[in-house]
Design a protein around this ligand. Sequence first.
Ligand code: C2O
Ligand code: CU
Length: 489
Amino acid sequence: MVTRRQFTAGAAGVVATAAAAAALARAGVAPGYSRSLGETAPIPEGKTVAARLVAAERPTVLTCFGGRPLPMWTFSDGAWPALLRLTLGDRLEASLENKLPRPDEITSIHWHGIRLPNNQDGVPYLVQPPVSPGEIFRYSFVPPDTGTFFFHTHCNTVEQLGRGLLGVLIVDGDTTESYDADTVLIMRDWHVDPAAGQFTPFFTLRGAGRAGTYGPVRSVNGAVNPEIRLPAAGDCRLRLINADVTRIMQIGIEGAEAAIIAIDGIAVPPLPLSSWSMGPATRIDVVLRAPQGTRIARLVDRSTPKPVELAHFTGSGEPRRKSRFSPAPLRAGRIPEPDLKTATRMNFAFHASDDGRLVAAPDDSAGGPLGEICRSSRTFWTINDRAWPERDHSRLPPPLALLQRGQSYIFQLKNSSKFSHPIHIHGHTFKLLRSNKQNRPEHHTDTLLLLPEEQAEVAFVADNPGDWMFHCHIIEHQETGMMGYIRVV
Ligand code: C2O
Ligand code: CU
């Protein structure tokens, strides 16, 4: 069990000084609440949950499309996106059938953040054959962690995810007390021109060399600034998922008290939410004290000069709670604790390639440099000076590193570029140790956001054998080189 005290010490190690407290406040981290995490629950014998996922084009009208159907690619008929819900100990048996409309449109499912056996990880060529149109692949695994996860395809992801091929995976069994509501909020842009009723380009050279190509329509659960109805004065669990291919959001809540209770599925002692940066694939679970009467609370993204209201919350019914806001914590996670004394250190540097620097140069409008890049490779990004050879996974390079099973590692992650990179590892969950730029409490994450020129250290136990992808989750960066894998033997 992690106590509040250990957490505070780990959180900064420096909370005692006023200057440090001010730094924490600037970073959006305020002192926490007084309640520590619940005991880790034992993994019970569960049931088998079967799911049938059929990847296909389905003309769909999301309300954010302005009334017109778009040729979305989705996993199921009915509401977008697919939602799978298990209880800790349950086995998921999911069949994936590829009915995508192009003869060469291969696919697969990656269960993002789930520490599962390597052959269930859904990376084509690396751990499974790609699933071609007409084929079926069956996944079967027992997720070892509770929390909020999602799944997406891992080939031509910029388009497949861009068109909607994603789903939510929730593993229940992590609460110490029940909340008054439990609501999933999927935040993402759409590459859509609503007036024309068409998708706009998912990939641009300019975007790939910079921060990615933003979709012009912002949404939560497929709607522009929806009203989310909650029980008045309830302590409501919100599962925020940044499912965008590109956008890094700076998430805050206005008009209500709110606390983060989990990051990337793994519990943290409740931490007041003022602003939390969420790169693509990041999830946070938040408890919000819902408004009552005519009051409204707002979910905002402060990453742009003018904050964007993503959704708003209203409260209805008899007020549920009168007590001071002190949200119930979740149960502690079960991520193995790395041994920092014996850990092996490894360095990973994230760079732009020469072509990447060229395409990102301010003066790329004249056609000259872009023309050259069109003829050369689309390799704009590297890890340790190596780029994944092609946009898909079919030409496997050697692993970036060999790790010994059971050994603890400290990865020093160094971003020497002018753009941010959310760095994701498959099959494992990092513990953030320190960073030279962001003042965040110690927590677990499967996708660590590195700001420009940031250096951070993460630790983990390499306890899961196999080949595990290690890449940037800005998909255009991933698909133009910033992707590799580590091998745990
Ligand atoms: Cu969510 Cu390899 O990705
Ligand atoms: Cu990146």
